[in-house]
Design a protein around this ligand. Structure first.
Ligand code: SF4
Ligand code: SF4
Length: 473
């Protein structure tokens, strides 16, 4: 029985409710009156239910689809302006005791190089990331209680925050580690993490059990309730996602939105971010052997529907996607992207030797961070290195209420300009610097509040002339 407030995963991600939803959406995909009503509701920018979002996903009336895309674009502009927040993944270890059939880190893969960074190696990686200009990291590790216990992760976070190389600093460490206990989530919170990220991979329980045949991750219920425990442990910014390609995308989108609805209903705060990775080729993984891959059109529709259904939730797209694909979906709702990423354990400080590779998947967008930053500005976006919110205590429901009311924009816009200025001063190539200075000058005039604008102008001057850093609203 579907129960959004339940603690049991089979009740809040209820299989029958998903099947009913999919049947209902299929039946109503040409129902013009209903589609119009949903679009009108979406225009209020308060989100949609999973059922409503699925009807829009299935809708195949061309004219209505154009409206859906236009609305997603408008909502993106209203909530996120033209800013795109930058981040990079940092893989700490690829030892893993699980048997996930789509990931080359699965335990049985004997030919991939296994690595675990020492604190000294982490230091080198972080300096290399700082020297690129990154301020925000997503930590990744395989699940292995012996090689990467929680103490190792906590020590690594401490190391990362402690490194200040030249003008560099990692100001926000998001963490993507396996489902764990409330106690461990509390420790992560105390270590000052930003978002706790964990992908569900698939919400389809039967597929989940087959795709995760061995290891602790096989426990669907424990995995699916991880965010509930994270919230109980005091982490109020959580990031969810599915790996599109594992099961049917309609099922996954319904599950994803039901998960968001559950967190909001129980804890009063929905997910901070939603990631939309698609399955990629990797060491011993052939993405083509999974039959649920989705094409770029469907992918764009999914992004648009998520944007409309949960306007206040950030959306992340990684370098798994090509430049072309990223360009296509950025304006439909994506608010965060990675740049210059390595998906290997180590590799930022020194490239991995050909015969000792540890990558989790093939990166599709292989450009440098500087190239990505320039490209974004060429497209009319402001790359932002902002990490202000959690450092100012704006997390969880406090963040969400500012976000839902649109007030957060008063912080995001100036912070984007000031952090971009830091990037231009410290790391940018000449070409990037040139366009960046132009963008900043143009955008200053868009700051509506006169007092804020004056402060930003002063701070930009201090960044350039006094070598000062880390201004934020
Ligand atoms: S997806 Fe995660 S848990 Fe599964 S094998 Fe890869 S690293 Fe391990
Ligand atoms: S002000 Fe907050 S919401 Fe806005 S970009 Fe910075 S960290 Fe993100």
């Amino acid at each position: 029985m579907y129960n959004i407030l339940s603690e049991k995963p089979e009740e809040f991600i209820n299989h029958e409710e998903i099947l009913d939803t999919l049947a209902f959406a299929e039946k109503n995909k040409h129902n013009l009156e209903m589609i119009n009503k949903i679009i009108e509701k979406a225009k209020l920018r308060k989100g949609l239910t999973h059922r409503e979002a699925l009807i829009l996903l299935d809708c195949d009336i061309e004219e209505k689809n154009q409206e859906i895309y236009a609305l997603a674009e408008q909502i993106k502009k209203d909530f996120y302006g033209n800013r795109i927040v930058m981040f990079a993944p940092l893989y700490l270890s690829n030892y893993c005791v699980n048997g996930c059939t789509y990931c080359p880190y699965h335990m049985k893969n004997k030919h991939i190089a296994r690595k675990k960074l020492t604190q000294e190696e982490i230091r080198k990686e972080v300096i290399a990331l700082q020297d690129m200009g990154h301020k925000r990291l997503a930590l990744e590790t395989g699940e292995d209680p012996v090689n990467s216990p929680i103490e190792y992760v906590l020590e690594s976070i401490k190391t990362i925050y402690s490194i200040k190389h030249k003008n560099g600093a990692i100001r926000r460490v998001n963490v993507n580690i396996a489902a764990t206990t409330v106690e461990n989530y509390r420790k992560l919170k105390e270590a000052g993490i930003g978002t706790y990220i964990l992908f569900q991979e698939t919400y389809h329980k039967e597929s989940y059990l087959q795709l995760h045949p061995t290891g602790p991750k096989h426990d669907y219920d424990y995995h699916t309730t991880a965010m509930d425990r994270a919230m109980q442990g005091g982490i109020d910014d959580v990031g969810i996602g599915v790996l599109f390609g594992l099961d049917k995308y309609r099922y996954e989108l319904a599950g994803l939105l039901m998960h968001a609805e559950h967190l909001e209903a129980v804890f009063g705060v929905g997910p901070h971010t939603i990631s939309v990775p698609r399955l990629r080729h990797a060491d011993d993984i052939d993405a083509d052997s999974f039959d649920n891959g989705i094409d770029d059109d469907t992918f764009a529709k999914i992004v648009a529907c998520i944007r409309i259904a949960v306007p206040y939730t950030g959306m992340i797209i990684s370098t798994r996607e090509s430049q072309v694909c990223r360009e296509r979906v950025l304006h439909l709702g994506v608010s965060q992207i990675s740049g210059g990423s390595k998906t290997s354990v180590g590799g930022y400080a020194e490239p991995e030797p050909e015969d000792n590779k540890s990558e989790q998947f093939d990166v599709s967008d292989t450009r440098t961070l500087d190239e990505v930053v320039k490209w974004l500005m060429d497209l009319g976006y402001i790359p932002s290195f902002c990490t202000a919110c959690y450092r100012e205590g704006r997390t969880g429901d406090r963040f969400m209420s500012l976000c839902k009311s649109g007030q957060i924009q008063n912080c995001c816009q100036p912070n984007a300009l000031m952090t971009l200025k830091e990037y231009l001063m410290d790391y940018a190539s000449e070409a990037t610097k040139k366009i960046g200075e132009y963008v900043i000058q143009e955008e200053i005039n868009q700051i509506p509040n006169e007092k804020v604008r004056q402060i930003v102008i002063e701070n930009l001057k201090a960044i350039e002339q006094e070598n000062r850093r880390d201004f934020r609203f």
